[in-house]
Design a protein around this ligand. Structure first.
Ligand code: ADP
Length: 164
């Protein structure tokens, strides 16, 4: 049986915290589907196609460890998990503040599908504070985002922010 995981998120754009979770998730599954949520309720800096393209570029070096597939999805995450045949939903936990929301979401998802297990990976302390929203804020105010994103993502962010 192929063990498949779905790692959902908005990835606007992918940062080192996400990359760390992906690098650890590929040790747990044979195939990791990275699901880029279309309806996030947030105004995105990068289009869906751009976010998918960046994710594909950034995860290329990890393809040796597991098959990694990136695509967009609309609607309920649990339905996306079902449609890609995932047995596992992968989530990253940053801080205690993430816990209550994730706890509730997992409980609801369990009611919707008991066959799919949510697995939480604790954020690496080095990446715990990173959030896409903050990275975008920092770059738009002229700050240095080198510690938070890859060189490729930094280039794209600087260009979007009109700083290149
Ligand atoms: P962000 O909050 O950075 O916009 P997303 O909404 O795209 O991130 O989150 C996708 C998944 O990645 C979620 O499970 C989230 O908890 C996890 N995640 C986000 N940032 C980090 C981080 N710094 N370290 C570990 N996991 C993270």
């Amino acid at each position: 049986m192929t063990r498949t995981g779905l790692y959902p998120g908005s990835f606007d754009p992918i940062h080192n915290g996400h990359l760390d979770i992906i690098g650890r998730a590929v040790k747990l599954v044979d195939k990791l589907v990275i699901g880029v949520a279309v309806d996030t309720g947030k105004v995105a800096m990068f289009s869906l196609d751009e976010r998918i393209e960046i994710l594909r570029e950034e995860t290329k070096p990890l393809q040796k460890q597991a098959e990694i597939v990136v695509h967009g999805y609309q609607g309920l995450t649990i339905n996306a998990a079902r449609s890609v045949g995932a047995q596992i939903l992968v989530r990253g936990l940053r801080a205690f503040s993430d816990f209550e929301y994730e706890f509730q979401l997992t409980a609801m998802n369990q009611q919707l599908d008991r066959e799919i297990e949510t697995v939480f990976l604790m954020a690496d302390p080095r990446h715990q504070a990173i959030a896409s929203r903050l990275v975008k804020e920092i770059v738009s105010m002229g700050g240095d985002i080198t510690p938070f994103v890859s060189p490729g993502v930094k280039r794209r962010l600087m260009s979007k922010a009109g700083r290149s």
